[in-house]
Design a protein around this ligand. Structure first.
Ligand code: PRP
Ligand code: HPA
Ligand code: MG
Length: 179
């Protein structure tokens, strides 16, 4: 598995340090609001677990599974809800937890869904961002790291469902997905 990685961009310790910073900021900004923290499955599962351990105010969690990439390194453009939330978002301060924003299609779809369900506010925290890849104009409220325009894997992110368990974020060798 490690042989398929061209370069490590951020190692496990650098990621944990950043998540501690994000957790401190979110703890301050959501004080007294009992946010509903939504993990966008599957990619955000590791970030979600590490992030909520670093937020020290009352909150609730829920999960939504959304997919647009399938077995490809390019978004299909068709965003599908595979699993919906268990609780209503009406009147809630919602915090969406994403692993990465690339084209922005997944997030713009999700924000639209949550706003139509009359959430009180929708805030986005993403660990990784590829700002140069946007096809829809949108920014996260909180971002961990900006990445170059390369397909990355690890720390929850996959290529064809593999590599999610790598503890770092790295660039996949192009020959892995072009063969
Ligand atoms: O900004 P975008 O171009 O929409 O890309 C970002 C989304 O793509 C990935 O999910 P994917 O559809 O691969 O599902 P997964 O989380 O199950 O891997 C990633 O986890 C984000 O949710
Ligand atoms: O670079 C990426 N890697 C894995 N999944 C992704 N989904 C959007 N961009 C990426
Ligand atoms: Mg994926």
């Amino acid at each position: 598995m490690l042989d398929d990685i061209k370069e490590v961009l951020y190692d496990a310790q650098q990621i944990q340090d950043k998540i501690k910073e994000l957790g401190d900021t979110l703890s301050r900004d959501f004080e007294g609001r009992n946010p509903l923290v939504i993990c966008v499955l599957k990619g955000a599962f590791i970030f979600m677990a590490d992030l909520v351990k670093n937020i020290n105010i009352p909150l609730e969690i829920d999960f939504m599974a959304i997919s647009s990439y399938g077995q490809s390194t390019k978004s299909s453009g068709i965003v599908k809800i595979i699993k919906d939330l268990d609780v209503p978002v009406e009147g809630r301060d919602v915090l969406i937890v994403e692993d990465i924003i690339d084209s922005g299609l997944t997030l713009s779809y999700l924000i639209d869904v949550l706003e139509r369900r009359n959430s009180k506010s929708v805030t986005v925290v993403t660990l990784f961002d590829k700002p140069t890849r946007r096809t829809v104009d949108l920014e996260a409220n909180y971002t961990g790291f900006s990445l170059p325009d390369e397909f990355v894997v690890g720390y929850g992110l996959d290529y064809a469902e593999k590599y999610r368990n790598l503890p770092f974020i790295g660039v996949l060798k192009p020959e892995v997905y072009s063969k």
